[in-house]
Design a protein around this ligand. Structure first.
Ligand code: SF4
Length: 369
């Protein structure tokens, strides 16, 4: 019954043709054959594409879906270059390091911003490149997949026993080889006190074929050695979820890990409560727990996706009326300068102003003192 409903939903919104993306391919070949150059893009999409200085990378299977969705669609806007990326008057308010990673950087590709958890960044590469990426001013699309001073990482963890959770980020950690992932997991399980491991990835959207038997085996093995392994998949629009993407997520879940979502609120992509509701409906059918809805960062080169907090709060307030409370993601914002994530929908201080937003978006004042 569950699978039947999911199939109907995927067919209804993506079309059953989403299965018809050519024969299965090896993920390393998919990576090599990504569209990267201006001429590759123009040839493939058969239209004029703006020339920009930022790196571009689109896996071919995703490119087929984008081409079907047409110019200006949410898929197109997320991955195809736009002349707006280099328009000074739009981009001037953007930052090269919008969430302040540099302030918290440690030796060993570590960002330690919160007391009991840290980011581990073993690669700067992703399987594709999102035009709004908060790391777009650092991201690379060259062939250097692996770059880690790992002994420094282990030393840091041995000196910081307060760290309970390590978050593989990047780039995309699932671009590491299976052997490299297995090596890291072995080291973390045998030589540290880490209890939880989290992977932040966009692999299901970019390259679902990366969820190989070997990766499945590694996740199965280590899901028994840590209290919790979470995989947070980055998905912004319901059209990203087709049969193949959902099958790769099911496979991750079958390995004994939990799969959660993170979504970036983006102008021209998903800045509509009904689109977000449709996304959440599909995530739930695929067994993914909605986790984060990020307010867009002020990214240099990505300001055309930005919206002010008031607009974001209104969208989130409407969304709360459309989906059950347990399915509502946390709406969060990263404060520039490395000051961390905070709830984007809360009062502005510990001290209660007495003002609350009703489900209709009205401000009411109630004295709780
Ligand atoms: S997957 Fe994440 S890190 Fe990679 S390009 Fe997209 S937003 Fe940036």
């Amino acid at each position: 019954m569950f699978d039947f409903n999911l199939k109907n939903e995927l067919d209804r919104t993506s079309g059953s043709q989403s299965d018809d993306l050519g024969p299965p391919v090896n993920w390393q070949d998919s990576l090599k054959s990504c569209l990267r150059t201006h001429s590759e893009l123009e040839d493939f999409f058969e239209t004029d594409i703006p020339q920009i200085d930022y790196a571009v990378q689109i896996p071919r299977k995703l490119a087929i879906k984008i081409k079907r969705s047409k110019k200006g669609s949410p898929l197109w806007n997320q991955f195809l270059p736009s002349f707006l990326e280099t328009q000074d008057e739009i981009q001037r308010a953007g930052l090269a390091d919008p969430i302040g990673d540099e302030v918290h950087h440690q030796d060993g590709q570590i960002v330690h911003r919160y007391h009991n958890r840290l980011l581990f960044l073993p690669t700067k590469n992703c399987a594709g490149i999102c035009r709004f990426c908060f790391r777009k001013n650092n991201i690379e699309n060259d062939s250097k997949i692996f770059d880690s001073n790992f002994s420094a990482t282990l030393d840091y963890l041995k000196n910081h026993l307060e760290v309970e959770e390590l978050i593989f980020s990047g780039g995309d950690p699932f671009l590491l080889t299976d052997e490299r992932i297995a090596y890291y997991m072995t080291q973390f399980s045998e030589n540290t006190l880490l209890r939880h491991i989290r992977f932040h990835t966009r692999i299901p959207t970019f390259m679902p074929e990366r969820v190989t038997d070997k990766l499945f085996g590694i996740l199965s093995e280590f899901s028994k050695k840590f209290t919790k392994i979470n995989i947070v998949v980055h998905i912004n629009h319901p059209d990203e979820l087709d049969h193949e993407v959902v099958a790769s997520i099911k496979r991750l879940k079958d390995a004994g890990v939990d799969v959660l979502s993170q979504t970036v609120l983006l102008k021209g992509v998903n800045d509509d409560p009904l689109v977000l509701k449709s996304l959440i409906d599909k995530l739930l059918l695929a067994g993914i727990r909605p986790y984060y809805l990020h307010h867009p960062d002020r990214v240099k080169g990505g300001m055309h996706f930005y919206m002010d907090l008031e607009k974001g709060r209104k969208i989130f307030a409407s969304l709360r009326n459309l989906v059950p409370g347990w399915a509502i993601p946390q709406y969060i914002i990263d404060i520039p300068g490395g000051q961390g994530k905070t709830n984007a929908f809360n009062p502005e201080s510990f001290e209660s102003s007495g003002r609350f937003i009703t489900k209709d978006g009205k401000i009411v004042k109630i004295n709780y003192q």
